[in-house]
Design a protein around this ligand. Structure first.
Ligand SMILES: [Zn+2]
Ligand SMILES: [Zn+2]
Length: 395
């Protein structure tokens, strides 16, 4: 017996009793009808046989207080004609077979065999929690999966070149132990406060009404009769999966990148959500980053700066480049090694900005000392501070 049966069959009518009939009244009506239509008393009467089956089925449900309650609740929820279950229906279990009901509705991707497997999580995560419109009778639409936000830390080089990194993501999934019902036996009851919608409306100003998540069922529409030990009745469990994510080349620290379709899978044929990854990039001991360009500071000697020369400069992940230092290169000058920077979106590369830093030798001895003393004597007439003092006087 599936929920479809619950909606389509009026067992009260079959037994000819009112909806508020007592247990005794139901029992009495059933006995009378069963006697009248019993196959033994109606040999060869196909109609009576069919009727007898109907009566027994109705009694199976209405004669059992627990099943009757579920039947009543299912009919309150779905029985007002707004929702037409599809043809899939079929031999689900007696349990409140929502997976069957919704999945089978349009022969959709989750259609077919009933049972709870994953169905309920979808239903109550989706149908009833949709902003404001999730009335019990609404048609089930494909639903886009949720966007997920995550973060990842890359080495400096990985950020420049792009990298495929494992990303561990945790999300809320239906509890496996109770198939997302929150109930130990998989038979939750419909929340009486919100009648299964998961939302309650409150009046707002100007004829608007606002909806809030139902407090009693925490927006799920269901209440566990016997709460599941694993999820404490919430029906939700943390699930984590590890996914290989391709981070494109050229990302920088703090950047938020969007990976289309890598978020939560869609429901009922809807597209997947997106995954947003905030990238953290570790510093590099040598190279820095300025947009598409890399930066590096290169020590040069005084004589290299003064006389000019060729200076080898390391690059990130490639062979060194040789820079021609012109004569009289001032300390702190920045030169450009084209195409040795970070990868741009279009695949080209930025430049490597090389800043020279004149270093003073730690100790000067021997021939070097003699040469420096000779240099000092030769340049004794130069005063590097003359301009400074001049400028200090003025203005
Ligand atoms: Zn509720
Ligand atoms: Zn559970």
């Amino acid at each position: 017996m599936s929920t479809k049966d619950f909606i389509e069959k009026d067992y009260y009518k079959v037994l000819g009793v009112p909806k508020d009939a007592t247990e005794a009244e139901i029992k009495k009506a059933y006995r009378k009808l069963a006697r009248e239509n019993h196959p033994d008393a109606n040999k060869g009467n196909a109609r009576a046989e069919e009727r007898f089956k109907e009566i027994s089925e109705a009694n199976d449900v209405l004669g059992d207080p627990k099943k009757r309650k579920e039947y009543d609740e299912a009919r309150t929820l779905f029985g007002n004609g707004g929702f037409r279950p599809g043809p899939a229906g079929g031999g689900g279990s007696f349990n409140f077979d929502l997976g069957d009901l919704f999945g089978g509705g349009g022969g959709g991707p989750q259609g077919g065999a009933g049972g709870f497997g994953g169905g309920l999580g979808d239903v109550f995560g989706g149908l009833f929690n949709r902003g404001g419109t999730g009335t019990a009778g609404s048609r089930v639409q494909p639903r886009r999966g949720q966007d997920i936000e995550s973060e990842v830390t890359l080495s400096f080089t990985e950020a420049i070149n792009g990298a495929t990194v494992p990303l561990r993501m945790s999300s809320q999934a239906p509890c496996k132990a109770c198939s997302g019902t929150g109930d130990k036996n998989g038979t939750p009851r419909v929340c009486p406060t919100c009648v299964g919608t998961g939302q309650v409306s409150r009046g707002g100003g100007g004829g608007f009404s606002l909806t809030d998540p139902c407090v009693d069922c925490k927006g799920r529409g269901l209440i566990a009769q016997d709460p599941c030990d694993v999820c404490k009745g919430s029906g939700r469990a943390k699930s984590s999966r590890t996914m290989q994510v391709r981070i494109p080349a050229g990302v920088s620290d703090g950047q938020r990148i969007r990976l289309r379709g890598k978020g939560t899978p869609g429901e009922r044929g809807g597209p997947a959500g997106d995954l947003y990854v905030v990238v953290h990039v570790d510093a590099h001991p040598v190279f820095g980053r300025r947009g598409d360009n890399l930066t590096v500071t290169v020590p040069v000697t005084f004589s290299e700066a003064a006389l000019g020369g060729e200076v080898k400069v390391p690059t990130l992940g490639g062979p060194p480049v040789t820079l021609k230092l012109p004569e009289s290169t001032p300390n702190g000058r920045t030169m450009r090694a084209r195409g040795k920077g970070a990868v741009r979106q279009d695949g080209t590369r930025g430049d490597l900005l090389v800043t020279v830093e004149v270093v003073v030798p730690k100790d000067v001895t021997g021939k070097a000392r003699d040469a420096l003393e000779a240099y000092r004597d030769a340049t004794a007439g130069e005063d590097p501070r003359a301009e400074l003092f001049q400028a200090a006087k003025g203005a």
